[in-house]
Design a protein around this ligand. Structure first.
Ligand code: ADP
Ligand code: TRP
Length: 331
């Protein structure tokens, strides 16, 4: 295959990860697993969005720790530094320069219409400038690296659209410099339910974490809300929160056999919860081992991030040089 054809086929994917706390199985099946799989076929760029985390009030030692924790967890779960470029946002400072430059191509109205900002204001959260200008930084994150695709959850679509608007405005002034990004909605990904049956989310306090302690995890799983049906009665698996979580971890045969256990009666939801705890523990076993390794070798994690930042900088520098020239910042 000629070099040009290869270049054409390989897609560059870019994603940002907020360092916001313990990862849960919703994060894993809704996002991390896809990122890991994308490494097989495309060029993946992933960074820990630590500047972004500041806009929701994280800072100080907590932010530093969360950054390392998130990096450790993503590496443990399969981000492969040989295949992906993986770095911390603040280690490639050109993003801040581009953020400022793009601000001049961002109408106030565009930011005033951003749902994430409007929602927070509606909840009475005091807005600061970083919350307001968050989409401009996100546009810089994207446009600096010219990805073909930005895989996002539904809540982030508008932010990518803002990045597109900004890129088009910039290009209208200075020519075809910025690649207008496409987003890919993760439609095929079902929403993972939390222990109360709502969408699993840190903000609802209904999460089952990936790397919890075994006893604690079992305690949380035991809290999953289920129907009240007598032990000997057959039970509905469709719509059962325990079943919906368990099916994420099971292959086809295991799933059918669990369905049969529901239908034949004689077992309570408590039994299914114990089974869920067991399959989940087994599923993440290899990742826990890897995590233990990285926790004991944090210098290796730092080296991986620093090499990732060097790789990302090469792309960023090439782009920012062009931008500096066309905008007249280089004189
Ligand atoms: P949280 O709601 O716990 O704060 P985030 O907003 O940080 O989670 O989510 C990070 C990623 O995980 C996003 O891509 C999001 O779409 C995905 N995700 C989070 N919760 C779920 C869920 N319950 N089901 C599927 N995907 C989820
Ligand atoms: N805003 C995204 C979130 O909250 C994180 C993010 C920051 C991002 N910069 C990005 C995602 C660039 C994709 C591309 O989840």
């Amino acid at each position: 295959m000629s070099k040009n054809i290869r270049k054409y086929i390989i897609m560059r994917l870019l994603t940002g990860i907020q360092p916001s706390g313990d990862l849960h199985i919703g994060n894993y099946f809704g996002s991390i697993k896809q990122m890991v799989e994308a490494q097989k076929s495309g060029e993946t760029l992933a960074f820990i969005a630590n500047y972004h985390a500041m806009s929701s009030g994280n800072g100080g030692e907590k932010l530093a720790n969360l950054t390392m924790q998130t990096a450790t967890d993503f590496l443990s779960l399969g981000i492969d530094p040989q295949k992906s470029t993986f770095w911390v946002q603040s280690d490639v400072k050109e993003v801040l320069e581009l953020y400022w430059i793009l601000s001049s191509f961002t109408p106030m109205g565009l930011l005033e219409r951003a749902h994430s900002y409007k929602d927070k204001i509606a909840k009475g959260i005091n807005a600061n400038h970083s919350l307001f200008s968050y989409p401009v930084l996100m546009a810089a994150d994207i446009l600096l690296f010219s990805p073909d695709i930005v895989p996002v959850g539904k809540d982030q679509i508008q932010h990518v659209e803002i990045a597109r608007d900004i890129a088009i405005k910039f290009n209208n002034e200075y020519g075809d410099i910025l690649k207008v990004p496409e987003f890919k909605i993760q439609e095929d990904v079902a929403t993972v339910p939390g222990t109360d049956g709502q969408k699993m989310s840190k903000s609802y306090g209904n999460t089952v974490n990936i790397f919890g302690e075994e006893k604690k995890q079992l305690k949380i799983i035991k809290k999953i809300v289920t129907e009240n049906v007598a032990m000997e009665e057959p039970k509905e698996f469709e719509g059962c929160n325990v079943y919906n979580m368990a099916k994420l971890f099971l292959d086809k045969n295991e799933l059918v056999s669990l369905q049969n256990r529901y239908l034949s009666g004689g077992e309570g939801h408590g039994h299914f919860k114990l089974y869920l705890a067991e399959v989940m523990w087994t599923y993440f076993n290899e990742y826990r081992v890897k995590r233990e390794y990285y926790i004991n070798n944090q210098d290796e994690v730092r080296d991986i991030l620093s090499n990732g930042a060097k790789k990302a900088s090469l792309i960023a520098l090439e782009k920012i040089e062009k931008i500096r020239t066309v905008t007249g910042i280089r004189y």
